[in-house]
Design a protein around this ligand. Structure first.
Ligand code: ADP
Length: 435
């Protein structure tokens, strides 16, 4: 006999043996009395330890282990060890759960756990914002009662787990959500919601862009195609008429060429995420060149002025700045009727340096000003096309200025002319001396 059994049975067996020895010496009564007393003492000892065990088990975790001896010492020790092991596992489990919950809370996507009856079991903060629900308040509520949108309710009951549902948020019409149901566990569902507003915007921009480019190309192509068909069908060629047609075809071809050039410039600017080179550019001489070009573009139709108030130079990319400034100058010439006045000015405004083009042209109504830098946006479509505009010039200007940490300022009033200023921050300005 070994271990617990040995330690449990050894005292009564020893008492029985002692009683057998006492029997012939003191008689049967004394021997049995002795044996009974020993059993009683043993029973009392076990009862005391059992009582201590029950009280210890009922006491709060962490209570000190009661003093014990013999087999009871081992019982307490085993229980204590397994209790400690269980509590370590519990701590580890709750740490894992807490980490999981914190990760789910930090996720930018919404997560809602729904039971088989469609009631919310748990949801994270992102979903609270997207659906205007609350994890604390709405647990146990039916999700379809809280998000009252027909397409959403239909999606929930349809159980089509493959395709996500794309819908506008009822709470905020600017928010587009992609919603996906995933079955898990015991007939529970996980509802994942992702804010795809930006993606949708990009997709709309892409569609609009393709439609705009196609539209811009279709008109000149139709004109050129029409003339070419006419030539093919004509029996003989009238040279005088053909010359005019060739000129028109040439104009349309130049228009397409201009559009393709501007598109390539925009694409180059957008795909070039590198930091721009920081060459020091002599802006005064750049503006003088642009002034000469404006004089030739205007061919004597406008009064042109040049005003250089500073010899400050700029750190940046010369080719890009030339293109941006050139766009502003050519717009002023194109949108100023004959006899108007155009002034090119280079000056310091506080810490900034600005290149401004002021004209006395057709001007722009205030409500259109914020949209001028959108691709293909034109206030006056007819005039823009007539003068060879592509609707991309100011988008190019904006891109270039942004790459130079600069900004475009527009001040204009319909019929009273406009001032477009490209302003650059102090860290781009190189100042030797004031003029
Ligand atoms: P576009 O090639 O049509 O000129 P831009 O992007 O350069 O395209 O300009 C966008 C629109 O802003 C123009 O179509 C025109 O309506 C308006 N705009 C730009 N510059 C001027 C200006 N100096 N005066 C009046 N309107 C202007």
């Amino acid at each position: 006999m070994s271990g617990v059994w040995g330690r449990l049975l050894w005292p009564p067996i020893a008492a029985a043996l002692a009683a057998l020895i006492l029997w012939p010496l003191f008689g049967a009564v004394s021997a049995l009395l002795f044996f009974g007393c020993v059993l009683l003492a043993l029973w009392l000892r076990h009862a005391m330890h059992l009582n201590a065990l029950i009280r210890w088990l009922q006491s709060p975790p962490g209570t000190e282990v009661p003093e014990a001896s013999g087999v009871w010492d081992e019982v307490f020790s085993v229980l204590y060890q397994s209790g400690r092991l269980r509590s370590t596992h519990q701590h580890e489990l709750s740490a894992v759960l807490e980490r999981f919950q914190r990760a789910a809370e930090a996720m930018p996507d919404g997560i809602i756990m729904v039971n088989q009856a469609g009631q919310i079991e748990w949801c994270n903060p992102a979903s609270e914002k997207q659906f205007d629900i609350s994890n604390q308040r709405d647990q146990g509520q039916r999700l379809s009662y809280l998000v009252r949108q027909v397409q959403f309710t239909e999606y929930l009951v349809a159980n089509h787990y493959g395709e996500p549902l794309v819908m506008k948020s009822a709470r905020n019409a600017d928010l587009t959500l992609s919603i996906q149901l995933i079955p898990f566990g015991d007939r529970q569902k996980l509802l994942l919601s992702r804010d795809i507003t930006q993606l949708e915007r990009v997709e709309t921009m892409r569609r609009d862009f393709i439609a705009n480019v196609s539209h811009e190309l279709r008109t000149p192509l139709t004109v050129v195609g029409g003339f070419l068909e006419g030539f093919a069908e004509a029996g003989q060629i009238n040279m005088e008429q053909s010359r005019r047609h060739f000129q028109l075809m040439l104009d349309q071809t130049r228009r397409m060429q201009g559009l393709v050039d501007d598109l390539l410039t925009l694409s180059r600017l957008e795909s070039n995420q590198e930091k721009i080179s920081d060459e020091t550019i002599d802006i005064t001489s750049l503006i003088e060149t642009l002034y000469k070009e404006a004089v030739s573009l205007s061919s004597g139709s406008h009064h042109l002025n040049l005003q250089i108030d500073t010899d400050a130079k700029l750190k940046g990319n010369e080719r890009e700045l030339r293109s941006a400034f050139g766009n502003l100058v050519s717009n002023a010439v194109r949108y100023t009727p004959e006899g108007g006045e155009i002034t090119l000015c280079w000056s310091l405004k506080g810490q900034e340096a600005c290149f401004c083009v002021q004209d006395s042209g057709i001007g722009i109504e205030p409500q259109y000003i914020s949209r001028l830098t959108e691709r293909f946006y034109r206030v006056d479509r007819g005039r823009s096309r007539e003068t060879g505009g592509t609707g991309l010039g100011l988008s190019i200007v904006k891109h270039i200025l942004t790459r130079h940490q600069g900004r475009l300022e527009v001040d204009s009033a319909s019929g009273q002319g406009s001032t477009f200023c490209a302003c650059f921050p102090a860290h781009r300005v190189v100042r030797d001396k004031q003029v």
